[in-house]
Ligand binder design. Structure first.
Ligand code: ADP
Ligand code: MG
Length: 764
């Protein structure tokens, strides 16, 4: 009988032993596996009753697959470091460690040439001669600068610390091997704090290394689990596992088709590549694997829904829809709006529950499409609801839609968290009786106390904010089938993100703006052009136009921002003095009553200028407003800038957006502003946003699981994602239930992932 134990005490901290003939009675343990400690193989560890109290003994049940072994059992881990790995890196098992990938590599496989360095160069190894060492600066900010030269050019080596020691240690005229991260400043390359080694013949001919670097934290560093410590653990892990423990989760024909390496090889090489080509292949395989399974799950869910989940049958297009279309609708629908409506109508008449994402740029006319879809529900005897992420936006929708409803005698009502007591009861009563046919509101309508008579269609205006779970809550609101669901996104979502965030939905895109819209002209102006901007504003007002001036308001700097806003307001008041000019002002800290009053002044054209914080981002609709001035535009995100710009250009006049900023800008801010000046296409802007910020910073992604991606990057791996989705779709077309023998591996892996998700949700 073989017993495996983990033994820890001060002396053996972190080492795993496996024991045979464990006898608790006399505390005599036979150690047969002591690779890490230099014990002879047949070593008897005699433990007295007093020392055993110091030992932590825990019987270990051997899992079916060694990869499921808890991490603390790995040689070199133990309970303390094990806890640390769990808390800091969410590594619970051998498998988690295996999938804990390096984020970069130290490439010492070759010497770079200085002439080949570019702004994109990351870390490099160079060989050359130290020509000069100079101490620069005085007082506290001193630095040591070395001039380093190879046959092709020269570069600065810079130190800010230990400079006196280094000044003495470095020998000018000696050949060194240096290694470090390339910095690029003012057209000159430098290596701050490089590793230095004298280029002796032994050092030069040393075996090349390509070392993985893992993410670490101060807490991990303190327990020797820095990048180096982690590297050691992963090496140990690879000594313990065999290719068959890892297995293969992709069918052979897929590996063949895309020339992907087997799973074990890919995992080994992602950690310990011997050259960049091996690394690239491993990366490609693991990214594909990750995205493929993600898409397989989404598409499977979609397929199951489409075959199993029946929906309310909206049999006919009736009186309300037709009357609205021919008598009330004040404009012609665009071709894109018509096409999308057709897609929605087809879903609603299919007897299968609709789950559709409606994408369209700011101002493309999604609201009217949403409203006409609701009319289809009403025509078939059902209620419909529309939910917005904020109270202001919900109110805005309510006002717009009420106008149409009144003309047609449709019962419409509003519900939000701020409607309470008797008023709320009245809303609920009318909803249950069916008197209210359309309900507009905030997420308050998700609550259990909101009961519909017969909800047929639920529309959510998401602004990337609602998670899948919240959407699921809506399902319970209707019988015997869940309501049809139409999800609208306020700004376009990048393609890759849409495929993953909403990959289980059907997608409709309004890719055409209503006729007659002139593209908004966007210009960047720095503060020294302010006078000219003011003159331009005066000219536009002269023509009868109105103007927004927007200031940022960010919670962390709220006080400062408000100050900024008030100062801006005062200075504008000097440039645009009353009574000739009137300026309205709106910000989030004002009482609702005052806000309304000020907004109305602008809507009624009593004020020519509206000074505001981003509250207007989702707020007003004033077609006569034709200029949007955004102050401190460098502080806004791209999608916010695009939303704000969408407030103008709604009328027939040429509209302008002026992005004000200080002269000095970070590279990212410059890129954002340039993107805005270059294009008005929301889809293009969304892609640029994703590239600049990564998916982590884009609203709504946090809950979506997109961020749990280990290795794939939605900003960069669009091509792989597309191939993965296509492949998954093709495969499910052929074998929806994954019943073929060659697909058994997929089934196994999906159920493994399932189990892991469950374990994780228990732990966290
Ligand atoms: P968004 O897609 O940003 O929600 P809206 O639905 O708010 O856009 O529409 C923007 C404006 O365009 C509204 O004033 C709306 O009445 C108008 N609009 C919508 N469709 C058309 C169309 N086909 N022709 C002309 N104007 C339209
Ligand atoms: Mg809208």
């Amino acid at each position: 009988m073989l017993h495996r134990f983990c033994v820890w005490n001060s002396k053996f901290n972190g080492f795993t032993f496996e024991f045979e003939n464990f006898n608790t009675y006399n505390y005599e343990l036979f150690v047969f596996y002591t690779k890490r400690l230099v014990f002879p193989t047949n070593f008897y560890l005699k433990i007295s009753p007093s020392t055993i109290a110091d030992l932590f003994l825990q019987p270990m049940t051997t899992p079916a697959n060694i990869l499921d072994t808890p991490i603390e059992y790995l040689t070199g881990v133990g309970p303390i470091r094990g806890d640390m790995l769990k808390k800091e890196l969410r590594i619970f098992t051998y498998r988690d460690l295996l999938y804990h990938f390096p984020f970069r590599y130290i490439d010492k496989t070759r010497f770079h040439r200085i002439i080949d360095l570019t702004e994109d160069s990351d870390t490099v190894q160079l060989k050359g001669i130290l020509r000069r060492v100079e101490l620069i600066g005085d007082g506290r900010v001193k630095r040591l600068v070395g001039t380093f030269r190879d046959e092709t050019g020269s570069i600065d080596l810079i130190w800010f610390q230990q400079i006196h020691f280094l000044e003495r240690a470095l020998v000018v005229g000696t050949e060194y091997i240096v290694y470090g991260r390339v910095n690029h400043y003012n057209g000159r390359f430098s290596l701050p704090h490089p590793e230095m080694e004298v280029a002796t013949p032994e050092a030069v001919s040393k075996a090349p290394t390509f070392d993985p670097v893992y993410p670490s934290t101060a807490k991990l560093d303190a327990k020797s689990l820095d990048a180096k410590g982690q590297r050691k653990l992963i090496r140990t892990l690879f000594e313990k596992i065999k290719p068959q423990d890892v297995g293969e989760n992709l069918p052979d024909y897929i590996l063949q088709k895309f020339k992907l390496p087997p799973q074990y090889d890919a995992l080994l090489k992602i950690h310990f590549p011997e050259n960049p080509i091996e690394l690239e292949n491993a990366r490609k395989r693991l990214k594909f694997e990750e995205l493929f399974f993600l898409q397989l799950k989404l598409l499977q869910a979609k397929k199951i829904r489409k075959t199993n989940i029946r929906g309310h049958f909206f049999e006919h297009v009736g009186a309300l829809f037709n009357r609205f279309y021919s008598e009330i609708l004040p404009f012609d629908l665009t071709g894109a709006q018509k096409r999308v409506l057709k897609e929605i109508r087809r879903d609603l008449g299919s007897q299968i529950q609709m789950n559709r994402l409606l994408q369209g740029d700011v101002g493309s006319g999604k609201t009217v499409v949403a409203f006409m879809s609701m009319l289809l529900a009403l025509d078939n005897g059902f209620q419909a609801c529309m939910m917005a992420p904020t109270e202001i936006l919900a109110q805005q929708h309510f006002e717009g839609i009420s106008e149409y409803c009144q003309q047609m005698g449709i019962g419409v009502d509003f519900l939000s968290g701020s409607i309470k007591g008797k008023k709320r009861q009245a809303v609920l009563d009318k909803l249950l009786s069916g008197e209210t046919q359309i309900l507009i509101g905030t997420h308050a309508m998700f609550e259990d106390w909101v009961v519909f008579k017969n909800l047929g269609l639920a529309i959510t205006d998401e602004q990337h904010r609602f998670g899948v779970e919240q959407r699921g809550k809506l399902w319970k609101k209707s019988q015997p089938y869940p309501p049809h669901v139409l999800v609208m996104s306020a700004t376009p979502i990048p393609r890759t993100l849409a495929m993953t965030l909403y990959g289980d939905l059907d997608v409709s895109v309004i890719d055409e703006l209503p006729k007659g819209r002139k593209p908004i002209k966007t210009e960047h102006r720095t503060d020294n052009h302010r006078l000219r901007v003011i003159q331009f504003m005066k000219d536009e007002i002269e023509k009868g136009r109105q103007i927004y001036v927007v200031y940022p308001l960010i919670e962390e700097s709220e006080k400062l921002d408000l100050l900024n806003l008030m100062e801006g307001f005062e200075s504008l008041s000097r440039d645009f003095p009353p009574p000739q000019y009137q300026i309205a002002i709106v910000h989030g800290k004002m009482p609702a009553k005052d806000k309304d009053y000020e907004m109305q002044r602008f809507v009624k054209r009593e004020a020519q200028i509206m000074v505001a914080t981003t509250v207007i981002e989702v707020g007003v609709n004033v077609p006569n407003a034709s200029v949007m001035v955004i102050e401190h535009s460098e502080r806004f995100g791209l999608s916010q800038l695009h939303q704000l710009r969408g407030r103008v250009g709604r009328g027939a006049d040429q509209s302008y957006c002026i992005l004000m900023s200080s002269f000095k800008l970070t590279a990212d801010a410059r890129e954002r502003i340039q993107t805005m000046c270059r294009t008005t296409d929301g889809f293009e802007i969304a892609e640029a946003d994703l590239k600049l910020r990564g998916p982590g910073d884009i609203e709504g992604t946090a809950q979506s699981g997109v961020l749990n991606l280990h290795i794939a990057d939605l900003a960069k791996d669009g091509k792989i994602l597309q191939v993965a989705r296509y492949t998954a779709n093709e495969l499910l077309e052929e074998d929806a239930k994954l019943e073929r023998p060659e697909h058994q591996c997929l089934k196994n892996y999906l159920s493994l992932q399932d189990k892991q998700t469950k374990v994780w949700s228990r732990i966290s």
